[in-house]
Write a protein of this length. Structure first.
Length: 248
């Protein structure tokens, strides 16, 4: 009991020394809306809000309007086909996908920077004109990678009118582009799976004929998969095929 009392007194003494004798004043924060007579201030506030919204949606825009989706899906299929679990790590695949996306989208982004961003920063064109000019190269890239069947689906589900490819609305083009990219990525992934699947079947048949039914075939086939992938210079072939797939 004496020990508990002494401990309690020590705790009270320590905390009493930490608490200051006088309260520390904190600055007050006020949030509210005031009436604004100048429309320019309202316009500037709305532009800042729009910019913050764009920054929040930047990862989604990067995935939905560039080559990143196809690249990262194919690299994920490659890792699963090889059976290396978390090797290469996800961060490495995403980093490789980002730099390959920069390489593929380089001409498109250069055109946007030259024709839309720089004139807007130099106050030569308005914000709406800059957005319209920037939209044209991006639509051209997406139209080259989008199948006519997928594009017609969303056009027909929308207003159903399309005189030319340049008149396609961006809200119809983006989902059509995405499902086209998914189909292409799955086709490439299927082709990647075939040699590794054949190797797994050969190893499984050999183990079964030797009576080693309890030994996992993946454990034996993994070194052969790595050796095959290195011998054919797999990364060169995969990355080269991915970059060339955007040329059409």
């Amino acid at each position: 009991m004496n020990i508990k009392r002494i401990s309690l007194l020590l705790i009270v003494f320590i905390f009493s020394g930490l608490v200051p004798a006088e309260a520390i004043p904190l600055p007050s924060l006020q949030l509210g809306m005031e009436d604004v007579d100048d429309p320019g201030k309202v316009s500037s506030a709305l532009q800042i809000l729009f910019l913050l919204t764009i920054l929040t949606l930047a990862p989604s825009i990067l995935i939905m309007t560039t080559s990143f989706a196809r690249i990262i899906i194919v690299l994920s299929f490659l890792r699963q086909a090889m059976g290396t679990q978390q090797t290469p790590p996800t961060q490495v695949l995403i980093g490789l996908g980002l730099f390959l996306t920069l390489f593929v989208m380089g001409p498109t982004w250069s055109e946007i920077n030259q024709n839309a961003l720089q004139p807007y920063l130099n106050e030569e064109i308005s914000q709406m004109d800059a957005l319209k000019i920037a939209e044209a190269p991006l639509k051209t890239f997406m139209l080259k990678q989008t199948r006519e069947k997928d594009l017609s689906l969303f056009v027909n589900l929308g207003d159903g009118q399309r005189a030319s490819d340049s008149e396609v609305e961006i809200q119809s083009l983006i989902p059509a582009f995405i499902i086209s990219e998914l189909k292409t990525a799955f086709q490439i992934g299927f082709l990647i799976y075939i040699p590794f699947l054949i190797l797994d079947m050969v190893v499984a048949s050999i183990l079964l004929s030797m009576g080693m039914m309890m030994l996992p075939p993946v454990l034996i086939s993994l070194p052969f998969k790595l050796m095959l992938f290195v011998m054919v210079d797999g990364w060169y072939l995969i990355v080269g095929s991915l970059i060339r797939s955007f040329g059409g």
